[in-house]
Ligand binder design. Structure first.
Ligand code: COA
Length: 257
């Protein structure tokens, strides 16, 4: 298991905590496969009633590790990131997220696959895929226009515009925006703990029913986005954008046309 993941058990609640704050919890391949493994095991373990995903009180995650994107771009359904996406997509029990600080890229798109989401008011969410020469991932090109309408989703996905926790709650991406990191984590934990008193099969059946409509279409979109994302990662536009991030300069797309 990656040192950058902490797994805590408190009765029936399993907490998956990202623990790489010096890199703003950027997700490495080892972290993705660790998270996939934890979710797969938790799904099989009858004593786990719910999972809480958090990055702590100050930072959710800055998304995929950009150095990993350059050195070992994920390709295909066998990649670590895809294993994680599928594990969360298939997870049969409730997943609760506590989001404070930055939630970038997959840090935002994974929320669309959680069941309850609590955010700090000033959390900063962003899906800067186009800004990195990439395209939407994890079903966001289907789910966001459906949730927000095309024009608002276009601001987020075609311009890569960021938004606050308060907006995420107003738009239905999150249940509630709380005053700060500690309040957010406390609220998410309190709600996740409620599942311990509920009938586990009734909860799982209900989640399955709620997620069933359009599920195969969503799976197909996730795979299609994943294939294009993998191609785009190797494109000159993406290489320019990712290199620019590492060099701490703005990307220059002026030579592409
Ligand atoms: N991958 C790799 N390293 C990352 C990272 C990422 N996604 N996000 C942050 N880091 C690193 C920075 O390079 C920096 O490393 P250093 O201290 O060795 O120089 C460290 O984490 C702190 O990041 P910094 O940018 O200085 O923090 P900040 O508070 O000013 O900004 C963010 C935080 C999240 C807004 C900013 O880091 C960011 O935009 N990250 C990139 C997000 C991104 O594009 N992710 C991919 C989405 S598909």
């Amino acid at each position: 298991m990656s040192e950058h993941l902490l797994v805590e058990r408190e009765a029936g609640l399993l907490t998956l905590r990202l623990n790489r704050l010096q890199k703003k919890n950027a997700l490495t391949r080892a972290m993705y496969s660790g998270m996939a493994e934890v979710l797969d095991q938790a799904d099989q373990d009858a004593s786990v009633r719910a999972v809480l995903i958090t990055g702590g009180e100050t930072c959710f995650t800055s998304g995929n590790d950009v150095a990993d994107f350059i050195q070992a771009p994920p390709s295909g359904l066998g990649s670590e990131v895809f294993q994680f996406m599928l594990a969360l997509f298939e997870f049969s029990k409730p997943v609760v997220a506590a989001v404070s600080g930055p939630a970038v890229g997959i840090g935002t798109t994974l929320l669309l696959h959680c069941d309850l989401v609590y955010v700090s008011r000033d959390a900063s969410l962003k899906m800067p895929f186009v800004n990195l020469g990439l395209c939407p991932e994890y079903g966001s090109s289907l789910l966001l226009p459906r949730l927000l309408g095309h024009v608002r989703a276009a601001e987020l996905l075609l311009l890569g515009q960021g938004f606050t926790g308060e907006q995420a709650a107003a738009w239905g991406i999150a249940n509630e925006a709380l005053q700060d990191g500690p309040a957010t984590l406390a609220k998410a934990r309190e709600m996740a703990q409620r599942f311990q008193q509920l009938a586990p099969s009734a909860v799982a059946d209900s989640k399955r029913l709620m997620r069933a409509p359009g599920r195969e279409e969503l799976r197909r979109v996730i795979e299609e986005e994943g294939a294009l994302f993998g191609e785009r990662l190797r494109s000159p536009e993406a290489i320019e954008a990712l290199t620019a991030f590492m060099q701490r300069r703005p990307a220059d797309f002026s030579r592409f046309g």
